[in-house]
Design a protein around this ligand. Structure first.
Ligand SMILES: [Zn+2]
Length: 250
């Protein structure tokens, strides 16, 4: 989940893995590919991606409803992100990016159909499905990561204001309950913003981090795999957010 496009082909094992050569257009992570096993290109990134799936099962497995796409979408993000980081192939990368759009679409549909008539809810579902589907096709045809990034950014900026609107104006909740809900919103947002900062440090300081990790050696070098921390922090934030949206809309 969440990639950019620096390339680094100088690692000794980069082209010696089961899934080599990497075909992903967004291959960036500057890790020592296949350094631990020939079966997994980026071990820490693949393992840390499982946080989404693990948290989806742990938080929601006892609380699933009949039509409950949000936990399923969260689970799929982890599953497909693991597939991408394990292989660095273009197909799994598309699946990984599609899973993010699917989670965004599920959140949009849940939030914007909340409190609406069945007819309006159906219109919302159609608009979200058409919009997401069109952007997904455009992304796959162009393989331009910016199409995906822009689509997901638009989704996020439609999701958070609607969430706050439902907390503050969408119901006659007592003030004390609104305060609790806003605190949950802030907790999720803080985790996601923190994750984004870590992601940017990883992007901007990749050469320095790579040199430090090389000096440290394994296993301590793994603690500076910031893309792994990005996975864990976004998994925690997304799980909190999904839980909040379920509390607001179900
Ligand atoms: Zn990732």
């Amino acid at each position: 989940m969440g990639h950019h496009n620096h390339h680094f082909d100088g690692d000794p094992f980069a082209n010696k893995g089961l899934w080599s050569p990497p075909t992903s257009a967004a291959k960036y992570l500057l890790r020592r590919d296949y350094a631990v096993t020939v079966y997994i290109a980026e071990l820490i990134n693949a393992l840390s991606s499982l946080a989404y799936s693990y948290l989806a099962v742990r938080r929601f497995s006892g609380r699933m409803r009949k039509h409950d796409p949000l936990p399923v979408a969260l689970f799929l993000v982890g599953f497909s992100s693991t597939g991408y980081h394990a292989t660095l192939r273009q197909g799994p990368q598309f699946l990984d990016d599609m899973s993010m759009l699917f989670l965004g679409a599920c959140l949009l549909q849940t939030l914007y159909s909340h409190g609406q008539t069945p007819a309006v809810s159906a219109l919302v579902a159609a608009a979200v499905a058409l919009g997401t589907g069109a952007m997904a096709i455009l992304y796959i045809r162009s393989a331009d990561i910016l199409v995906h990034f822009s689509t997901f950014t638009i989704m996020v900026n439609l999701i958070w204001p609607r969430t706050l609107y439902i907390i503050y104006a969408g119901s006659s909740r007592p003030t004390r309950e609104k305060v609790k809900l806003v605190l949950r919103f802030r907790k999720a947002a803080a985790l996601i913003v923190g994750a984004f900062l870590v992601w940017n440090v990883d992007l901007e300081m990749y050469l320095q981090l790579r040199a430090i990790r090389h000096k440290l050696g394994l296993p301590w070098a793994w603690t500076l795999e910031l893309h792994g921390w990005w996975h864990i922090l976004t998994a925690l934030g997304a799980t909190e957010y999904v839980d909040l949206v379920r509390a607001l809309c179900y």
